[in-house]
Design a protein around this ligand. Sequence first.
Ligand SMILES: [Zn+2]
Length: 225
Amino acid sequence: MSPDTVIKNNLSSPESSPEESLSKALDKFYETFQSDLDLVREGAKQHGVELTSGGMFDMPTKGAYSLRIPGDSTKRQEEITRLKACNTLTFVCMDYRQTGQVTEETHPDGVIANAGGPVQPNQDRFNASIALVRAILGVNPDVTLNLVGHVGVCGGANHFTDGHMKKLHQQDINNPGNHEEWDAMKEMLLKFYTALQEAGVKKMKVGLAKIDNDNIYQEIEWLSV
Ligand SMILES: [Zn+2]
């Protein structure tokens, strides 16, 4: 090893460039969420709903389960270039009843749609999401985020709380005036919001999409935070 090489190695390690950090966070994010469609395969069959997948710059398909996540290694350079330049990103659940509508209404440059979106009760999934945003901030500190969860039983939130959301939803139906499901979803959503605020995101909107008892999307209720 020449003295030059030694110096270079010392300089480049352990700090990595913002792009390298982003690339690592993208790998981790993809690894964590790439199989999310498997969680809804059965449900989709029952409802006769299509499953679609794509990167974060492929807009969701209305009325389908639309997994849209970054990190696919074949799209790496293009994604990094676009992440550096984008103004607005939307985090949303891939639930077929609201993904397309929420994306349309929030006008993002890119969308991250997985099971739960910004509602991630599982710690590994939560951490991978926050780490990705931190890494995006490294290349694009002014990005604006829309964080939109939903009620009407979020399958992702329900799966990772062992069926708790479905129970709360049923209790609310049995007790008109109750809003246990709303409160629980809001609490998990605000946990995500707070972590991103601490990570340095300055511009964020946070809301819950309403879905009625006939599975029809109503509107996003933006929360005052
Ligand atoms: Zn959901």
